[in-house]
Design a protein around this ligand. Structure first.
Ligand SMILES: NC(=O)c1ccc[n+]([C@@H]2O[C@H](COP(=O)([O-])OP(=O)(O)OC[C@H]3O[C@@H](n4cnc5c(N)ncnc54)[C@H](O)[C@@H]3O)[C@@H](O)[C@H]2O)c1
Length: 394
């Protein structure tokens, strides 16, 4: 495909759908027409359509027909089905994180606390394989919406690795905040897991991506993750947790803390952790220790802008930064949050690819490796943190 005008379709009408629409409206150099939105609850769909000025569609099939690129902004349990359908129509599909996973077999009494983690890994791998097969057979491509890949600091680190010939020895990174807003998040059968699945996938995506970059620069092929050791905790569901109301609780059957130690094919390693337990706004950062440099990327908070507000109410109508609990006192304001988080550059790259046929920086290999690492991590955690091999599919 090589064209300068690309039609976008949005599936879902929640939080992610909104920031995809905003980013689409800022794409430059390629003409993007948003065909419209489909969301299964008709009322939500028309409300979202009205608020964003988009056309509501009555079915996914009708939206896909009118789109060149379809954005899957829906709970993880629906990503495989929608992705396969879109690719089957030879269209591009932008799939939000997490790519796909294991959501139980549909049984009424399914619980994320009880299922066999090996089954989870096998079924998640099956789901990944279905999406990769659909992509291989399609004229379209998978664009994996891992915005950390496109965060300006991560892209600058890519340049440093490529131009300086660096070998990454150790990376560590985190995504945490004080709890997710989505009603689907705390229920394994929709989300496919807790902090590891919903949050750690971001820093995990970044560390896997940077080892891919290093491998491509040094040997012409990505350096893949080989093993993982992991621990998980469900703090807010513990009877011993003293809930003072600052940290969100009420999750049904997911973990709210997870840590992973990943060893790569070349023996180098990364530590990634994530939680729903951290106050002070979103805590997103990654540190890279290489054989020739060291880099710290603060996605959020960062200190590009600091503001002191003696009375919280003065900032009632002012957006400060994601998930900050108070606007009183000092705040690290994010003056262009979508740029720092990578949302804007991510959508720009996907439309560059959809118009030219190029391969996205964040594509299906990264998506597959992320999910295989996540479900291998759940196996490890069930084994008390034992080192566990990560399967390779592609
Ligand atoms: N990259 C990021 O920083 C980021 C941030 C938030 C959410 N996300 C991801 O975006 C996705 C959506 O999350 P959200 O926060 O927007 O959730 P949300 O609950 O706000 O919205 C989900 C939307 O999907 C719709 N939906 C549910 N089941 C569906 C189905 N089977 N088919 C079609 N639509 C369906 C719902 O009606 C709703 O409109 C998730 O995968 C989430 O992890 C990514």
């Amino acid at each position: 495909m090589s064209k300068n005008s690309v039609r976008a379709g949005i599936v879902g009408s929640g939080f992610a759908a909104r920031f995809h629409v905003e980013a689409l409206r800022k794409v430059y150099g390629i003409q993007v027409e948003i065909a419209g939105v489909y969301s299964p609850t008709a009322g939500n769909c028309s409300k979202f359509a009205m608020e964003t000025g988009l056309k509501p569609y009555p079915s996914l099939a009708a939206l896909v027909e009118q789109s060149d690129v379809v954005h899957v902004c829906t709970p993880p349990s629906s990503h495989e089905k929608i992705g396969v359908e879109v690719l089957g129509q030879n269209k591009y599909v932008v799939i939000e994180k997490p790519f796909t996973g294991y959501f139980g077999g549909g049984e009424k009494d399914f619980s994320g606390d009880r299922f066999n983690r090996r089954t989870g890994l096998e079924q998640a791998a099956r789901s990944v394989r279905n999406l990769l097969k659909a992509e291989t057979e399609s004229a379209g491509q998978i664009c994996y919406a891992e915005n950390w890949v496109y965060a300006p600091g991560v892209q600058k680190e890519k340049e440093i690795i490529e131009k300086s010939g660096a070998q990454i020895i150790w990376m560590h990174g985190e995504e945490s905040h004080s709890g997710s807003h989505s009603p689907f998040y705390g229920i394994w059968s929709f989300s496919g897991g807790g902090s590891i699945m919903g949050k750690a996938v971001h820093p995990l995506g970044a560390v896997l991506y940077l080892k891919q970059v290093e491998g491509m620069a040094s040997q012409g092929r990505p350096i893949r993750p080989a093993t993982v050791s992991a621990r998980v905790h469900a703090v807010t569901r513990s009877e011993r947790f003293r809930n003072l109301g600052f940290i969100k609780s009420g999750y049904t059957d997911i973990e709210d803390f997870g840590s992973m130690h990943i060893v790569f094919e070349d023996g180098m390693f990364a530590d990634v952790f994530a939680s729903e337990l951290v106050l002070g706004g979103v805590h997103n950062w990654i540190e890279i220790t290489a054989n020739n440099h060291r880099t710290i990327v603060n996605i959020n908070p960062n200190d590009s802008m600091k503001s002191f507000n003696p009375r919280g109410a003065q900032f009632d109508d002012i957006y400060v930064v994601e998930k900050i609990e108070t606007k009183e006192g000092w705040s690290n304001i994010s003056p262009n949050e979508d740029w720092y988080t990578g949302y804007q550059s991510e959508i720009q790259d996907f439309y560059r690819c959809a118009s030219s046929g190029a391969v996205p920086q964040s594509g299906s290999t990264l998506a597959a490796d992320t999910i295989l690492t996540v479900y291998s991590a759940y196996c490890s955690a069930a084994d008390g943190g034992r080192e566990t091999s990560i399967p390779v599919l592609k």
